[in-house]
Unconditional design. Structure first.
Lengths: 55, 698
């Protein structure tokens, strides 16, 4: 049950781009800050919404 | 011993699949419980996944976990990132599941439940899931190339251009038709209109919260957004019961259509972080939550289906849309069975996140089966309504009569009794003034869902279509409407933006400034053009006395299935190039079926001599009325507009068919040349690189 909840939370964090943000911080060796989130978010959203959403 | 137990278990599941599939097909003259359908789908999907998909993965694709995927080779922490397969499964499912698998089966229920059940189950196993899986595999072996790039590289220039144009056209029709679904759900409904209007400032608040107040806290922000949206449903109830506020939010369809167009324009020009992104996060979470709730609700309530296996409308005289069960059930239900749009997702972000090749099996094939299950649940929700109520909600005034008395008389004369009093009581329970003429599928689906949700929390009186009165039904009805409208509007916002990018790219070749996304006059102009394109079709649908769905949904279905045909052409070509020609039937068989279905439907929509089916016949019929002077003076302008729209729809349909005929001819020519040895085979796969990915990295 705990594993299932962990999996659900991981999925939600993936959909929320929170996991991607942590990967971004890790890969670039940076710390979290408002400016860093905005930089990441702008890049991420630009790519994400260059593609249509499914019907 | 374990092996034998496994074989016995799979033997039993296979037997159960055959038993339940046959069981629902045999007419026993008694209502069918939805459990039969749930079990038929579940068992068939399990067998398809375990045997057919595994066969494709092992024998045809030769998936190899030793081979490094693009996520590993090109890892950049952004797009390319090896991801746990179950997380990616959920991510991919969230991306492919839109309103299509909910609305399509609801509309197709006019034929009865049986054609839809069979198409959703068989179509998903042999067609839709195969397409998604094959395109995901092809893209994964090509560093995450898009469908358009693969069509150009594998088939030829015509294929690439056709794929691009098809996507643009399908997007325009898609946005128009789903906008029509929302407009028809909200017209004359202050409760629904207020709730959806409230989601706009909520999204802006969420955008600012994420950007400036709590950067990076997406889950926290979405939870807050969810609480506010739920509060707005209760707010909507208060607005609807206020004699002062209710008229402010009681809008006719034309006003709502203009509001949706304004919304599409604003969401295309506003910064994405401010409006679109927070809505997208929120609607995705609510979508997943509601799908899970619906699954639990159906298991708990397991309603009996009220609609028969077949209705009289299999003959083509259906009130929701005209046309015989073949081919129209197969284009009405696209998402849920076979959806070309999925190929764009399967060749989008997902192939860049696959950690191991074998993960494509559950992600590509399994996700589509789950979407098929969503379609089955939507069908059950719709079919659990009494047939008279179902048709009263979904039939346009142009078919059943312009007042409730005429409508109930017409519907009852079909053998589906319903009374005006019954409809009034149901509307009162749902918190609406009326539920007549709510075409588009969303309101009837919401009623079915509300019935299941409210029954599953223990309200026994709720859901009987004779009223019974309960605040619960009203809440759940508007919760379901909010859920549908929220994510449909998010798709409209995202789609308008993508259409704007495509148009800027296209026109930017002539006027380079348009390619700069920071040049605001260009952003405004291209957004306006895209909104006007889909807005035109939306407005046409809103003004259509036959409800708009009759003309627009088939166009959308044809376009979507034709895109699937393009994807299957690409898949077949790649199989042949991989020296798997003996397995080309895996993609060629669903391709042949889709071509037969789409071309038959397209031909009938253009050339049928029945005015309700054929665009040209309706235009001619109206024109002859004009020529004979039998059209009232006040209706002449409207009739001329309808004639123009019919001709336009016929032309659009014709363009779809011609484009796909071109790509089909191009593909067949390539296959023949490869198979006859006239063309050298070049497999455009990325080279083999040994994987060094560690399990703990996932």
């Amino acid at each position: 049950m705990r594993a299932l909840l962990r999996g659900v939370l991981a999925l939600l964090r993936e959909i929320a781009d929170e996991n991607a943000y942590h990967r971004h911080l890790r890969v670039h060796g940076r710390a979290h800050s408002a400016a860093e989130w905005r930089r990441f978010s702008d890049e991420r959203l630009a790519r994400k919404f260059a593609q249509g959403k499914c019907c | 011993m374990k092996k034998i137990a496994g074989r016995i278990a799979w033997g039993l599941i296979s037997f159960a699949a055959a038993f339940f599939m046959a069981g629902i097909a045999i007419d026993r003259g008694e209502p069918v419980n939805s459990f039969w359908i749930v079990l038929a789908a579940a068992c068939t999907y399990l067998v398809g996944f375990r045997f057919y998909a595994r066969f494709i993965a092992a024998r045809v694709m030769a998936l190899d976990d030793q081979r490094a995927t693009p996520a590993e080779r090109l890892r950049d922490g952004h797009d390319y990132e090896p991801t746990n397969k179950w997380i990616l499964f959920g991510h991919h499912f969230a991306a492919i599941a839109g309103p299509g698998p909910l609305v399509g089966p609801t509309l197709a229920a006019q034929f009865g439940y049986l054609p839809s059940v069979y198409w959703i189950i068989i179509g998903a196993v042999l067609g839709g899931a195969v397409q998604d899986f094959v395109i995901l595999f092809c893209s994964m072996r090509r560093d995450g190339k898009t469908l358009g790039q693969m069509a150009r590289d594998e088939i030829g220039k015509t294929g690439g251009i056709t794929a691009l144009l098809t996507v643009l056209f399908i997007m325009i029709i898609l946005l128009a038709v789903i906008a029509l679904v929302v407009v028809n759900a909200l017209k004359g409904s202050p409760w629904g209109t207020f709730t959806i209007a409230a989601t706009m400032p909520i999204a802006l608040f969420m955008g600012l919260y994420l950007r400036y107040w709590r950067p990076g806290r997406v889950l926290e922000c979405s939870a807050l957004g969810f609480v506010l949206v739920m509060a707005s449903i209760f707010g909507g109830q208060a607005v609807a019961s206020s004699p002062v506020l209710a008229p402010w939010f009681t809008w006719p369809a034309t006003t709502l259509a203009i509001a949706v167009m304004a919304y599409g324009f604003l969401s295309s020009v506003l910064p994405v972080w401010l409006f679109l992104a927070p809505r997208d996060y929120l609607s995705t979470f609510i979508k997943l939550g509601v799908v899970a709730m619906l699954a639990v609700g159906i298991l708990v309530v397991h309603p009996t289906l009220q609609l028969p296996a077949f209705t009289r409308f299999v003959d083509g005289s259906g009130p929701i849309f005209a046309g015989k069960v073949f081919p129209f059930v197969f284009i009405t239900i696209a998402c849920g069975a076979v959806s070309g749009f999925h190929s764009l997702i399967s060749s989008g972000t997902t192939p860049k996140m696959i950690a191991r090749e074998w993960n494509a099996w559950p992600v590509g094939y399994g996700s589509m089966l789950l979407e098929g299950f969503v379609a089955i649940m939507a069908l059950i929700a719709a079919c659990s309504l009494q047939p008279g109520v179902f048709f009263a909600v979904n039939s346009p005034p142009g078919v059943v009569g312009a007042n409730p008395a005429a409508a109930v008389a017409t519907i009852s004369s079909w053998g589906y009794p319903v009374s005006a009093g019954e409809m009034s009581a149901l509307a009162a329970d749902a918190g609406e003034k009326t539920l007549f003429y709510r075409t588009g599928g969303a309101p009837s689906l919401a009623l079915g869902m509300a019935r299941i949700f409210s029954s599953s929390v223990g309200s026994s009186s709720v859901g009987s279509t004779t009223g019974g009165g309960s605040a619960l039904l009203g809440f759940w009805y508007h919760f379901a409407i909010m859920f549908e409208a929220l994510f449909i509007l998010t798709i409209i916002a995202a789609g308008t933006r993508v259409g704007r990018f495509m148009l800027s790219d296209l026109l930017g070749n002539a006027y380079p400034a348009l390619k700069r996304s920071t040049w605001m006059p260009g952003v405004f102009a291209t957004s306006a053009v895209v909104v006007m394109a889909w807005g035109y079709f939306l407005y046409q649908g809103v003004r259509d006395p036959l409800g708009g769905i009759n003309s627009l949904w088939p166009l959308f279905g044809i376009a979507n299935q034709l895109l699937a045909a393009v994807a299957l052409c690409v898949g077949t070509t790649i199989f042949i190039k991989m020296h798997r020609a003996r397995y080309m039937w895996i993609t060629a068989a669903p391709l042949a079926w889709l071509v037969a279905v789409c071309f038959t439907a397209g031909y009938q929509k253009i050339f049928s001599d029945q005015p309700r089916v054929g665009f040209v016949a309706e235009a001619n019929h109206l024109q002859s009325g004009l020529d004979a002077g039998t059209i009232a003076a006040g209706k002449i302008a409207e009739t001329q507009a309808t004639i123009f729209n019919d001709r336009l729809d016929a032309a659009v349909c014709g363009v779809f068919l011609i484009m796909v005929a071109l790509i089909l001819i191009d593909s067949v020519r390539a296959w023949v040349r490869i198979l006859s040895g006239a063309r050298e085979v070049q497999v455009d796969e990325a080279p083999f690189v040994l994987s060094h990915l560690q399990t703990e990295e996932l």
